[in-house]
Design a protein around this ligand. Structure first.
Ligand SMILES: O=C(O)CCC(=O)C(=O)O
Ligand SMILES: [Fe+2]
Length: 392
C-alpha cells in the first residue's frame, strides 16, 4: 500500500486549535503524525493563544528597521566578537555546503549567562549573552525580540508534547532531553535575503541543509517565495508564505532520537529575483536540547510503539537525495561538505551545535575556538568565505 503523502508535492497546513478540542484532537494528532514521518515540514495555523499576533507584527515591522541601521551601527555587534555565535553578520558571512549564503542576519537568544569556566568543555560556552544594538538606535527592539523568543519557547514546549503524543509516546516522552528553563537557551535569527538580477548565478539565499535540534519554527516575514523543501524522491517542493501560519520543521536531533521515524527534511532558500522591489525577510527559531545530552546513550533511547515503527518502515529509509548531504563523514570536513550533524552519534549535543556553528561561521570559530576550527578546516578559512560582500 502506498502512503498518500509519500513524495509529497505540497506542505500540509495543520490547525493547532484542534489540539485543544478533545473531539478534534485525534484528527490533529493524525495529521501531525503524517507530517512528522512523511514530510518533515508543516504549516501551523491558529497559534495566537501562545504567540500573540501583536508581537509577530512588531517583529515584522522591526526587520527593515534593523537591517536599515547604518552599517557601523550593525558592525558594533558583529558575531565575530561573540564566542556564543550571537550578533550580526554581513552578507556572505556564512557558508552552507561550501557556498556563500546571500543573506544578512542577526542571531539572538533567550537570556542566558555562560556557565563555562576554565577547564570545562568548550561547548559550554556556546550558550551566553546576546548582543543588541544601542537602545537609542532602535528603541523597543530588544524587548520585542525577547518577548517573541519567550512566546516561541512556549510554543515549542507545547508542540514537542503533541509530537510525543503523535508518535504514540506519553505526553512528557521528550522531557528527558530538556533541562530547566534557566539552564537552557534557544535562539532565533532575523534574516534578510537581498534580490538578485535574472542572470546572477549567486542566488543561494541559504544552501541545502538540515536543521540541528528538535523543532524549528519559521516566520516567513514577507510575501516572497524562495523556501524549498526536498521530498522523498529528492524533488524540490516550494513552501511559499501562507498568511497567518508558521512553518514548522524537524531537526536532525529529533530524527536521531526517533531512530529515523521523524524526518529531518533538507531545505534551501533561493534568493528573490529583482522583479521584487524589496528583500525577503524571515525569522527562524531553533529549539535547543540539553547541551549535555549524548543522544547515543541508552538513557536517551525512546521506545516507540510498533504501530509508529510500522509507519516508518512503510515510508522507507531516509536516503541521501543530495550528494552526501545526509551521510558525509563527521570529521575531515571540507568546505563543500554539508553541515549535517552526524556527530549526534558520538558527541554530546552541545559539541554537535558547536561544530555546526563553526562550519557555518568559520571566522567566529577561528577566533574563539582555534583548535577545533583547525581540526575542521585544515586549510584555514575557506576561499569561498567572502565576509561582507557588498550589501545591495
Ligand atoms: O529563511 C528561511 O525561510 C529558512 C531559513 C533556514 O532554513 C535556516 O536558517 O535554517
Ligand atoms: Fe533551516
Amino acid at each position: 500500500m502506498s502512503n498518500p503523502t509519500k513524495n509529497f508535492s505540497s506542505i500540509p497546513v495543520i490547525d493547532l486549535s484542534l489540539s485543544a478540542d478533545p473531539e478534534k484532537k485525534p484528527q490533529f494528532l493524525s495529521q501531525l503524525q503524517d507530517a512528522l514521518i512523511n514530510v518533515g515540514f508543516l504549516y501551523l495555523k491558529n497559534t495566537d493563544s501562545i504567540v500573540e499576533d501583536r508581537v509577530v507584527d512588531e517583529v515584522k515591522a522591526y526587520l527593515p528597521k534593523f537591517f536599515g541601521l547604518p552599517q557601523e551601527e550593525k558592525d558594533k555587534i558583529v558575531m565575530e566578537n561573540s564566542p556564543h555565535f550571537m550578533g550580526y553578520n554581513r552578507l556572505g558571512s556564512e557558508l552552507t555546503k561550501g557556498k556563500t549564503d546571500l543573506r544578512e542576519q542577526f542571531d539572538f537568544a533567550t537570556p542566558h549567562t555562560s556557565r563555562w569556566k576554565v577547564g570545562d568543555p568548550e561547548y559550554y560556552n556556546v550558550w551566553g549573552p546576546s548582543q543588541y544594538p544601542d537602545e537609542q538606535a532602535l528603541p523597543g527592539f530588544h524587548k520585542t525580540l525577547e518577548t517573541y523568543l519567550a512566546q516561541m519557547w512556549a510554543l515549542v514546549k507545547e508542540l514537542i508534547q503533541l509530537v510525543a503524543e503523535a508518535l504514540g509516546l506519553p505526553r512528557d516522552g521528550f522531557s528527558r532531553f530538556f533541562d530547566t528553563d534557566e539552564r537552557m537557551q534557544c535562539f532565533g535569527k532575523l534574516v534578510r535575503y537581498p534580490t538578485v538580477g535574472g542572470n546572477n548565478s549567486a542566488s543561494q539565499g541559504v544552501g541545502p541543509h538540515f536543521d540541528q535540534g528538535f523543532l524549528t519554527i519559521l516566520l516567513q516575514a514577507s510575501d516572497h517565495p524562495g523556501l524549498q523543501v526536498q521530498n522523498l524522491a529528492g524533488e524540490w517542493i516550494d513552501a511559499p508564505p501562507v498568511p497567518g501560519t508558521f512553518v514548522v520543521n524537524f531537526g536532525r536531533g529529533l530524527e536521531f532520537v526517533t531512530g529515523g521515524t521523524v524526518r529531518a527534511t533538507c531545505h534551501q532558500v533561493i534568493s528573490p529575483p529583482d522583479t521584487f522591489n524589496t528583500p525577503r525577510y524571515s525569522v527562524p527559531f531553533f529549539q535547543s536540547i540539553d547541551m549535555h545530552a549524548k543522544l547515543s546513550d541508552p538513557h536517551y533511547k525512546l521506545e516507540l510503539p510498533d504501530e509508529t515503527l510500522r509507519l516508518r518502515d512503510e515510508r522507507g529509509k531516509l536516503v541521501d537525495t543530495d550528494g552526501g548531504l545526509r551521510t558525509s563523514p563527521p570529521t575531515q570536513f571540507a568546505a563543500h561538505d554539508a553541515v549535517n550533524f552526524t556527530e549526534f552519534a558520538t558527541e554530546p549535543s552541545g559539541q554537535v551545535v558547536l561544530i555546526g556553528r563553526i562550519k557555518s561561521h568559520p571566522n567566529v570559530g577561528a577566533k574563539h575556538y582555534p583548535k577545533l576550527f583547525g581540526r575542521l578546516f585544515h586549510g584555514g578559512i575557506p576561499t569561498e568565505f567572502q565576509n561582507g560582500v557588498k550589501v545591495q
